[in-house]
Ligand binder design. Structure first.
Ligand SMILES: Cc1cc2nc3c(=O)[nH]c(=O)nc-3n(C[C@H](O)[C@H](O)[C@H](O)COP(=O)(O)OP(=O)(O)OC[C@H]3O[C@@H](n4cnc5c(N)ncnc54)[C@H](O)[C@@H]3O)c2cc1C
Length: 475
């Protein structure tokens, strides 16, 4: 595991449960930097309920009285304008579309609490939404769920510049890394109060909520331990002749850069072609079958640069790497990161994207990409592999001109069976959401799925929070 990952997100319930990992193997940038996958004039996204076999559950529909009640709870924060509702109904990948008619924009925890109390009483389904950049369709409604946006809950409550220690919101459980305040939908948990999940009730409420993707409650405040910004950041971008060399480079890197290694990312040649074609980003190194991006973060620029220099000398001398470039100044560092970070955007411009986010043993990580290229042949436009190698996380993406049920049939369940055969996970860091809920069984035993279902019933007995998401439809 890489040393610089600022938050090793605790697992949801059990170690390695899909949806728990938020393993950023790279610096977290503002959402705005993530660009947008839709170009002007792109065709309308089909409604989820028409493309997928899913039935609306018997929730109430929003009435005029409900709207009036919401307006009293969040004055000026009730959005019903169809045009304004278009974007929050569609996911970032532009492959799913709900038909919610109401979006609520609370500013405070109390407002969220009152909204949930009302929705619980009226049996109205709610879809919590943050930045709406999720990759598994958890953030957008499937039918007409009310969208509960946290966009206006953007106040920094406190910041301890000396200790860097988080200040727990009232009622939250203490945890060394992250503290959350959350609200439940169910009356049996004192809706309207700050939920006090004490040790005798649940071992650690914080752990339970992280990764639950809005299905158990709404998180209204987070307190995060902030590490100091590193004084020296170096990035090297290298070309590798094969995947075996990528793995050896990683292993050498850990040995030679150990304590300052903060990211190790890889991408294949097709990724580089696509960022070039769709985003006009030029490769800084000669064409290679694979590329790796290595980042070091430390406090002594001279020391770190010297260490990285020795490593590069060794990697080039031993043939692990065929070409490379290094950056210390901010502008070039950003430019090199963009090649890796903007792959998702380039893929979305390439066509319809079938997206898989797998955890696999690193030695077998790329085999599935080769396997799919042979299996799909000309039916796929591109099959690419990239990801956070340090975390054993492969982003496997297949693009096609348009969505096709037969291509989907060739991909699934094959990809999931293959992953299960390697004891991998069908969702490494993107979560479960709408897309992966019915494939959890490939990574988790039935008892775990049952336990998830029981917890859901306990905390949200009417099932109004993010229905059709995360939990298997037949658990
Ligand atoms: C270009 C790009 C690159 C990405 N790279 C990475 C990566 O490297 N690693 C990674 O892990 N992810 C990555 N993602 C996925 C995504 O950005 C992250 O998962 C992100 O953290 C989602 O945050 P959000 O605020 O947009 O949540 P949303 O998409 O709005 O919501 C995600 C889920 O959380 C729930 N939710 C939202 N707010 C709340 C709340 N207050 N309380 C309870 N539940 C809530 C939603 O209902 C939904 O189920 C990437 C996405 C993009 C577009």
């Amino acid at each position: 595991m890489l040393p610089r990952r600022p938050l090793a997100w605790p697992a949801w319930l059990l170690r390695g449960v899909p949806g728990a990992a938020g393993s950023w193997g790279r610096p977290v940038g503002p959402l705005a930097r993530r660009g947008c996958c839709s170009a002007p004039g792109t065709p309308e996204v089909p409604l989820t309920r028409e493309r997928y076999p899913v039935r609306r559950l018997p929730f109430s529909t929003v009435s005029k009285q409900d709207l009036a009640a919401f307006e009293r709870i969040v004055p000026g924060g009730v959005v019903t304008d169809p045009e304004a509702l278009q974007a929050p109904n569609v996911d970032w990948l532009r492959t799913l579309r709900g038909c919610s008619k109401v979006l609520l924009r609370p500013r405070t925890s109390e407002e969220v609490s009152h909204i949930l109390r009302h929705c619980h009483e009226r049996n109205l389904a709610v879809n919590p939404q943050g930045g709406n950049t999720g990759m598994v369709g958890g953030s957008v409604p499937v039918f007409d769920e009310i969208i509960l946006s946290t966009a206006r809950m953007n106040r920094v409550l406190s910041f301890h510049s000396v200790s860097g220690k988080p200040v727990p919101p009232v009622g939250a459980q203490e945890s060394p890394l992250v503290l959350v305040e959350f609200f439940l939908a169910s009356v049996c948990w004192q809706v309207g109060e700050r939920a006090s999940l004490r040790p005798q009730v649940l071992a650690d409420g914080t752990q339970l909520f992280i990764g639950s993707e809005g299905t158990l409650g709404v998180i209204t405040a987070v307190s995060i331990l902030c590490p100091h910004k590193p004084r020296a950041v170096n990035v090297a971008f290298l070309g590798c002749p094969g995947f075996a060399e990528v793995l050896q480079t990683f292993s050498t890197c850990k040995g030679m850069l150990g304590e300052i290694l903060s990211a190790f990312e890889f991408m294949d040649a097709v990724c580089m072609q696509l960022v070039g074609r769709h985003l006009h980003l030029a490769s800084p190194v000669q064409e290679s079958p694979f590329y790796v991006l290595i980042e070091t973060s430390g406090s002594n620029a001279g020391h770190d640069a010297e260490k990285l220099g020795h490593f590069l000398e060794h990697a080039l001398g031993s043939g692990l790497v065929t070409d490379g470039t290094m950056a210390t100044d901010q502008r070039k560092v950003k430019m090199l990161w963009a090649l890796r970070e903007r792959i998702t955007e380039a893929l979305s411009r390439d066509g319809y994207v079938y997206k898989y986010d797998l955890s696999l043993p690193v030695e077998r990580l790329y085999d599935i990409v080769n396997d799919l290229r042979a299996r799909l042949g000309p039916h796929a436009k591109h099959v690419v592999g990239y990801g956070h190698l340090g975390d054993g996380n492969l982003h496997l993406n297949v693009t096609a001109e348009a969505f096709s049920p037969s291509l989907l049939g060739a991909l699934e369940p094959h990809v999931y069976e293959w992953t299960a055969g390697q004891q991998g996970s069908v969702s490494a860091e993107h979560g479960v959401g709408f897309r992966k809920r019915d494939v959890l069984g490939y990574s988790k035993p039935p008892e775990v799925l049952q336990l998830m279902q029981q917890l859901k019933v306990l905390l949200d007995p009417k099932g109004i929070l993010n229905p059709y998401k995360t939990l298997p439809s037949q658990a």
